[in-house]
Design a protein around this ligand. Structure first.
Ligand code: GLC
Length: 734
């Protein structure tokens, strides 16, 4: 539909029709088995169901086509209903959870993965996904860290931008692409205490320099939507914040798409103590520029009255409705309301899709220890032990449209490689401790102790038979994701008991950790011969893990988030400020910024990961020792594979601004490049340092660089390398 026709449609709509375009209702209003991802607020009225502009949480080509047919018949202007769904890391072919995708440090792979997700979701009638989640996460206690790509603003920026490109493609009318939604705006990951939905207290410069960056970079890729976050920021709920939604989002980021609230977030401004009642909440949502109210009922109940009394102008209402109509029009829904639904078969999992997922799994795995080159596995007798050894539940809580039965377990993949006489499997213990609390409630197992005694005895016998034990441990997928904050990062006690028992057998132990968040792994490190993080790897989890364990692929993953010694260090991140009393690498430590009982830094730092081969690095070089804002400096290093296996390495460029009008982090990731080298070969990796990489939110309250000394590292992780120096002799605008 062209612009004039759209405006004529808007003009012809009643106020009630306009209001309902700004209302999203749960999919359960149309289908019983909808995925409910929020707090339900009772049945919606008939007129709301008949006129609501969009729904969420349902999928399926045939059933969505049927719903659309009925809806279009009944709608006075036959405006299509929009179907939205959380396709976070897979619709049918489920990829590694986003934190695992972040570990691959490969935005192009992430873009391709998002493209596949869009293709599968569109074939099931889905028009929009609530992804990418671009929240910066420095706190492993926050269960939603699993949905992020980690603690670094540059890595998150590149990943979120790649996801928007993958979901939306070049033309949103393309029925194999869907609308993207950048969330949760903003700084949801900075919840106090790591407790979900909690307040965030952030200075404007921390908000701008760290937390807003990835949303801003993703918005440059023109996503159809942005979603507000549940949290309040400095005392104002994000969903009602004109500073965030008008000044930052609309004016500074130039976002012109649809702003949708998170589930119930408009109404939750009452709980925050920011809105008097639902009518006041509806007013505050509209004044902040929230276009669609997801499932709170505030707009459907009070917005028409607010317009009739003039509290909300018709112009403001029309502007919001036009943004929603434009979004539907950009998807071609007026020409084809059944876009994507035509695929009678719906999405099918293809071999090509499985291969893409398998490669994504292998690239996501992070090898943390490999003592005496325990890995790759030799053709020994291998025992696969642990609750993750043969479970199909390898996808996150946010992959609910994927089916577990499509997942390849570690044991199933191993059974394709090892002859029956050389492989055994044993669960070893229950996944969790008795009465563990999960997002789905309390996990209670009948005869739990008796069952674990049996499982443990069987596991020890199995280990005694084997040469090597692959011990598959971790955190159940229902213990990360939304509303799963934890005050402890320990593995379940029953799993730690299993590890200690297997250690006593004296066998080689390769410990695999399946998890949606960093965990405390010091004891696991000490009792294991090899240790690898497998995240929540999804449909091709078993194959990807075995490809690495057998050496078919070399591990190349790098940590997108710091792993702590203890939860007491959280929030933990590498790009900290130096303080006035930095703790020196070697003593004396008195009167310095340190813990009496723990290291300051991470057990395993951001950017860390091992390979099966060895690399030698030349001395890093800078093409010049000074630059103006109009010039650049090339930083380079030559990497050589000195081992006997092919290997991948992510060369990282970090920069520190030594003196500024505000204190500056000890280092910040400024670029990264992933390369793969065959044995005996080398490659020179170069980075271009530009003035814009040196900018920050200055004490003058503006985004600028400042002249002075900078340090540069080209290295392997955020703890590695010796710095070089250069001077910025003239900043922009000087
Ligand atoms: C949830 C989540 C959000 C999701 C939305 C719709 O509460 O916070 O990430 O996209 O509701 O399911």
């Amino acid at each position: 539909m062209d612009k004039k026709a759209l405006e004529a449609l808007l003009k012809d709509m009643t106020i009630e029709e306009k209001v309902m375009q700004l209302v999203q209702i749960p999919g359960s209003e149309y289908e019983a088995d909808a995925e409910i991802t929020g707090v339900e607020r009772g049945q919606v009225k008939d007129n709301v169901k008949r006129l609501a502009g969009s729904t969420l949480g349902i999928w399926g080509a045939k059933r969505l086509r049927k719903i659309q047919e009925q809806y279009m018949k009944e709608h006075p202007h036959h405006i299509p209903l929009m179907f939205m769904l959380d396709v976070i890391h897979g619709h049918k072919t489920v990829l590694p959870c986003p934190l695992g995708q972040g570990a691959a440090f490969d935005p192009e792979a992430v873009r391709k993965g998002a493209e596949m997700q869009a293709r599968e979701a569109a074939a099931d009638g889905v028009h929009a996904t609530f992804s990418p989640m671009a929240d910066l996460c420095r706190d492993a206690r926050w269960g939603r860290i699993m949905e992020s790509t980690g603690e670094d603003k540059l890595l998150n920026s590149r990943m979120a931008a790649a996801m928007v490109e993958g979901y939306q493609g070049k033309d949103r009318k393309d029925p194999e692409h869907i609308a993207a939604c950048v969330k949760h705006f903003a700084a949801y990951g900075a919840a106090e205490g790591g407790r979900d939905y909690n307040n965030t207290e952030l200075s404007e410069h921390t908000l701008r320099e760290h937390y807003l960056r990835s949303y801003g970079e993703a918005i440059k890729k023109d996503p159809a939507m942005v979603m507000t976050s549940f949290n309040s920021i400095n005392g104002i709920p994000a969903t009602g914040s004109t500073f965030l939604m008008k000044k930052i989002l609309r004016e500074e980021f130039g976002f012109q798409g649809v702003l949708i609230s998170d589930w119930g977030a408009v109404g939750e401004m009452i709980n925050h103590g920011y809105a008097e009642d639902m009518k006041d909440a509806a007013l505050k949502g509209m004044l902040a520029g929230v276009d669609i109210d997801m499932c709170s009922g505030c707009y459907s109940t009070h917005l028409e009255e607010l317009v009739n009394t003039g509290a909300v102008s018709v112009e403001m209402l029309d502007a919001a409705v036009l943004r929603v109509l434009n979004m539907k029009n950009d998807l071609g829904l007026f020409e084809d309301p059944y876009r994507g639904c035509n695929a009678e078969t719906g999405p099918v999992i293809t071999e090509e899709g499985r291969q893409l997922a398998r490669e994504a799994v292998a690239a996501s795995l992070v090898l943390l220890e490999n003592k005496d080159k325990t890995l790759p596995l030799r053709k020994d007798k291998i025992a696969f032990i642990g609750p993750f050894a043969d479970t199909k539940r390898l996808q996150s809580a946010w992959a609910f449209s994927g089916e577990d039965e499509n997942t390849v377990t570690v044991w199933e993949a191993a059974s394709e490689i090892y002859a029956p006489e050389n492989r055994k499997v044993a669960a070893g213990c229950t996944m969790m401790d008795q009465d563990a609390v999960t997002a789905r409630g309390i996990c209670h197992v009948e005869n739990w102790q008796q069952e674990n005694d049996r499982l443990l005895a069987e596991a020890v016998r199995t280990a005694e038979w084997a040469d090597t034990v692959v011990l598959c441990l971790g955190e159940d997928s229902t213990q990360s994701g939304e509303a799963t904050s934890k005050a402890s990062l320990k593995l379940p006690a029953v799993q730690r008991d299993l590890l200690r028992a297997i250690r006593k057998t004296g066998k080689k132990i390769v410990t695999l950790i399946f998890t949606g968040r960093p965990l405390e792994l010091e004891e696991v490190r000490d009792l294991s011969d090899a240790l690898m993080i497998c995240w929540l790897p999804g449909t091709e989890g078993g194959h990807g893990v075995m490809d690495i364990l057998t050496g078919k692929c070399a591990p190349s993953g790098r940590l997108p988030v710091s792993f702590p010694y203890t939860v007491g260090q959280e929030p933990l991140h590498y790009d900290v400020y130096p303080t006035g009393r930095p703790k020196p690498v070697n003593g004396p430590f008195e009167y310095t910024s340190r813990y009496l009982d723990c290291e300051n830094g991470a057990l395993y730092p951001f950017g860390y990961g091992l390979s099966y081969t060895d690399f030698a690095y030349s001395d890093p070089k800078l093409s010049a020792q000074k630059m103006t804002d109009a010039e650049t400096i090339t930083a380079s290093i030559t990497v050589r594979n000195t081992g006997d296996r092919r290997g991948g390495v992510t060369v990282q460029l970090y920069i520190r601004d030594v003196t500024g009008s505000r204190v500056r982090p000890v280092r910040e990731l400024a670029d990264f490049k992933k390369i793969t080298l065959d044995p005996g070969t080398e490659e020179t990796v170069s980075f271009t340092i530009k003035e814009e990489m040196l900018r920050f939110w200055t004490a003058g309250e503006k985004w600028a660089s400042e002249p002075g000394k900078f340090l540069v590292w080209i290295c392997n992780d955020s703890n590695d390398g010796q710095p070089l120096e250069f001077q910025l002799v003239k900043a922009k605008g000087e």
